[in-house]
Design a protein. Sequence first.
Length: 417
Amino acid sequence: MTRGSTYVTDHADITRDAPSAAVRDQSTPPMRDALTGLHTAAASLDVLETLRSAAKRSGGSVTVVLIDLDRLNRLSHRQSAAVGRELLRSFARIIRAVIQPSDVAGRFQTHQFLILIPDHGERRGVEAVEQCAAGLRAVSSTAAHQQARPLYSAGVVESSPGCLETADQLLQRAGIALTQCKQQGGDRAVTWSELMAVVPSGRSRSTPGPDEVAHWMQRLRQHLRCTYLESIQALVAAMEARDPYTRAHSLTVASYAEAVGRRIGIRGPMLEALHSAGLLHDVGKLAVPEAVLTKPGPLTPEEFNVVKRHPTTAMEILRQVSFLGAEKPMILHHHERFDGTGYPAGLAGDHIPIGARVLAFADALDTMLSRRTYKPAYDLARVRNELAVGSGRQFDPVVVDAATRWIDDVPELFRPA
């Protein structure tokens, strides 16, 4: 999409047979868990996206608390499944009594619970766990639970500055902290800060065992990933500082791409790559003259040709960065159009990497919702119309369908800027 087209946008890949006709159960998943009344896992992820987007706008953070009722299965086997279900319901009531109005709680897995706390650090997360634990001890001391008191474990992490991590990466860190807590005996919360302060020492009396070293390496990889993302954001900030109208554009595109990518079935490392590609998708504009980037009127054909070179320029900038192998094709092809009339290669349909198809939508959505030197912000009604008209022409219809349902589910995310 360019200024001259109908729609306006700023100026190891998933293979081309990956799920374009992908995904997809078209039914809307339930928002509430039937047993506990808390958010479902899927709904919790949607809320986490909302909180991360708000934190990006405000410069705040999100704290993620993952709590596991460790002995629930043993309790159910010793007494009855009904006892286990009642304990889950009781613990859900405890969580609802503990959390603040701005917090959100969900049932994440069978006996795991998630608490999302905006704009407070790990200390608030630990306090919430301690309050839940007090309520849990009261429940487990009753006659029905005396024979097998359920221990708990908890991992607490705060989002990286700017909420650069994906939701999955945040949850991975919480899971690492939770695992470490279990290994330490449970009945407490372990924070990410606590983990990063502990390094295996060669001066200790005993040599660290393989498990200890493996867990430390896992923590170190997560820490290095956060540092890498922060370095990426520094590069992006340098680029976006040239044009005040596009400030925070890349952060928003990364967030939109991640949310829609998850809805069409992209998972794991590829979802993380999609998020990173969103952060870097416009890095090639470092080579575009500022007078062209900020021009208030239509671009001349010569100026547009300069802008069209920014995806290939990005490849030159990132050529030596070996760990961006999955991101590069997404960045290179995020201005391709589904009907084959885009650039730089004129790819069409499933020949466009699925990540690039998602980025094309995310890039366009943020631009439509934002004021630019050459256009006003669009309201949601116009955005929906533009997406409908562009489906099958500019955008992958599967992406448009998932994105439209996402917008309808959480319209509060899309306030025109």
